[in-house]
Ligand binder design. Structure first.
Ligand code: PGA
Length: 253
């Protein structure tokens, strides 16, 4: 059975005291509330050790926001999968559209990073998504197909089951504009079908596919209610406990 997941991508937000305060609020929330989905956070990497300490024994997944495809060596500023592994981090977001846009991340990079995470027993949250122009030109299915094939289809069936995919239309990220639940469902079903064609339906049914892009308490429930939407990758609304916890609770109903 695939998992329902609500994952918070904190991006480059919050100083240490603010990050620690939000973690404490989430800890408090988690202690007092039974949740019906997995809850992950991806704080800036400098706070990951603190997150591991604060959430010790609490079932919150702790994720990086990116990592190097290399194991170690002269790569100034980079973080390796072994480093994540050595502090107990659960996995990493890979190929977020902001990494693609500002840092030249490609699906070939993503492919190597995803594989490195899986080899280390960690979970990749692999992001794909089309731009507004691509959607306007009706290229969105083709774009997602290419991205997914290059990034993931060298994996074995056993490996791909362990990947979390986050469909994040670039035009919906941080813009306040959300894909409609129907648009999300349409693309999620398309992605699941791509996986089914390559690996079989049974494998495809095991893969969690999250939606990301301006998910808020006001729209999360409807999006999550769609059959192929297994949760969300949440940016802005993950930075306030009130909003993030409301989104988590959409799985409690
Ligand atoms: P947003 O970001 O919720 O602020 O649109 C989502 C993401 O980029 O993962």
């Amino acid at each position: 059975m695939r998992k329902n997941i609500v994952a918070g991508n904190w991006k480059m937000n919050k100083n240490f005291a603010e990050a620690e305060a939000l973690m404490m609020q989430l800890l408090e929330y988690k202690k007092n509330n039974a949740t019906h989905c997995e809850v992950y956070i991806a704080p800036p990497s400098i706070y990951l050790t603190t997150a591991k300490q604060i959430f010790a024994n609490q079932e919150i997944g702790i994720f990086g926001q990116d990592m190097s495809e290399h194991n170690s060596g002269a790569y100034t500023g980079e973080i390796s999968v072994g480093m994540y592994q050595s502090i107990g981090v659960d996995g990493s977001i890979i190929a977020h559209s902001e990494r693609r846009l500002y840092h030249g991340e490609t699906d070939s990079h993503a492919n190597r990073k995803v594989k490195a995470l899986l080899d280390a027993g960690l979970t990749p949250i692999y992001c794909n998504g089309e731009t507004l122009e691509q959607r306007k030109n009706n290229q969105h299915f083709e774009v997602i197909k290419n991205q997914t094939q290059v990034a993931l289809f060298t994996l074995s069936a056993e490996e791909i089951k362990k990947v979390v995919i986050a469909y994040e239309p670039v035009w919906a990220i941080g813009t306040g504009e959300t894909a409609t639940p129907e648009q999300a469902q349409e693309m999620h079903a398309f992605i699941r079908n791509l996986i089914a064609e390559q690996y079989g339906q049974e494998t495809a049914n095991e893969v969690s596919i999250l939606y990301g892009g301006s998910v808020k308490p006001e729209n999360a429930k409807e999006i999550f209610s769609k059959p192929d939407v297994d949760g969300g990758l949440i940016g802005g609304a993950a930075l306030k406990i009130e909003d993030f916890s409301k989104i988590i609770e959409d799985f409690n109903a």
